[in-house]
Design a protein around this ligand. Structure first.
Ligand code: TMP
Ligand code: ASP
Length: 243
C-alpha cells in the first residue's frame, strides 16, 4: 500500500478508493515536540480501539467524524479529509501547559471549559494562537472557527458524560478536524490516552490517578497498564450501553 504520510504516532496509507484512507496506529510515543522518544507496547492497538469505540459513540450522538471501520486491532479506515492545521484543545481542569504558562495550580477546576487553538506546525512548536492571529493566519474562515468551537464544546460535554460513567475525569484533550470533498467539517485524528488527560476517579493520589500520556511524559511508570485500563473501562461502558 502507498504510504501517504507518516506522523509521530500514526501512518496514513492510500487505498483503492481515493475517498478512503487507512490509518495505522504505531506503538511509538513522543513528547515535548519529539524531544522525548519511546515505545509504549500495545499502544497502537489500544489507541485505535479506544478511538473507534468513542467515534462510533459520538457519531450516534450526532458528531460527524472521519471514522469508517476498525479493520485490525491497530488499523482503521477513515474518510479522506484535508486536515485543518489547528490543534483544538479543550480544558476543564488546569494541567499541563496551562499551568506552566499561567501559574494556575494543577487540578484547579476552570469556571467554564476553555477552548484554545494551537497552530499545527512542529517546526514552530505548535504555538498557542490568539483570536486575531487565528484570523490573520486565515487557516479557517470565521464561520469554520465558530463551528470548531461549537463542536469542540459539544464533544467535551459528550465525552465528560461518557468518561464519568467510566469513573474517569476528563481533564483536557486535543481535537483535530478535516474538510471532506464537500467542504464539510469532520472530526479527525484520534481520541485516546495520547491526546487526552484522564484521571482515575478511584484514585486520589496525584500520580496514581494519571491514566494518560503524562505517565510517559513524566516517567511515572505503568504506562501500558494505564492505557489498557482506559480501554477496558471504555469497552465495558460501550457494552453496558448496548445490552
Ligand atoms: P498541553 O497541556 O500540553 O497543552 O496539552 C493539552 C492537551 O492536548 C492534553 O490532553 C494533551 C493534548 N496534546 C496532544 O494531543 N498533542 C500535543 O502535541 C500536545 C502538546 C498536547
Ligand atoms: N505529541 C507531541 C509530541 O511528541 C507532544 C505531546 O503529546 O506531549 O511532540
Amino acid at each position: 500500500m502507498q504510504k501517504l504520510y507518516e506522523g509521530k504516532a500514526k501512518i496514513l496509507y492510500q487505498t483503492d478508493d481515493p475517498e478512503i484512507l487507512l490509518t495505522h496506529f504505531k506503538d511509538d510515543a513522543t513528547a515535548f515536540n519529539a524531544q522525548k522518544k519511546g515505545q509504549i507496547e500495545g499502544k497502537g492497538s489500544v489507541n485505535c480501539t479506544i478511538t473507534a469505540a468513542i467515534y462510533k459513540w459520538l457519531e450516534n450522538k450526532g458528531i460527524k467524524t472521519h471514522f469508517i471501520d476498525q479493520i485490525a486491532s491497530n488499523q482503521m479506515t477513515v474518510k479522506a479529509v484535508k486536515i485543518i492545521p489547528l490543534e483544538v484543545v479543550v480544558r476543564n481542569i488546569a494541567a499541563g501547559s496551562l499551568c506552566k504558562q499561567t501559574g494556575l495550580e494543577e487540578g484547579w477546576e476552570l469556571p467554564y471549559p476553555l477552548v484554545e487553538f494551537y497552530l499545527k506546525n512542529d517546526a514552530l512548536g505548535d504555538p498557542l494562537l490568539t483570536q486575531e492571529r487565528l484570523e490573520i493566519l486565515n487557516v479557517a474562515t470565521k464561520e469554520q472557527i465558530e463551528e470548531l468551537i461549537k463542536t469542540a464544546k459539544k464533544v467535551n460535554q459528550l465525552l465528560q458524560e461518557f468518561l464519568t460513567a467510566c469513573q474517569i475525569t476528563l481533564v483536557d484533550f486535543k481535537l483535530e478536524f478535516g474538510l471532506d470533498k464537500a467542504q464539510k467539517i469532520l472530526l479527525a485524528d484520534e481520541i485516546s490516552p495520547d491526546t487526552c488527560r484522564l484521571w482515575d476517579q478511584k484514585e486520589n493520589d496525584p500520580e496514581s490517578r494519571v491514566l494518560d500520556k503524562d505517565r510517559f511524559r513524566k516517567d511515572l511508570g505503568k504506562v501500558e497498564s494505564a492505557y489498557k485500563e482506559v480501554q477496558t473501562r471504555v469497552l465495558k461502558q460501550i457494552a453496558s450501553l448496548i445490552s
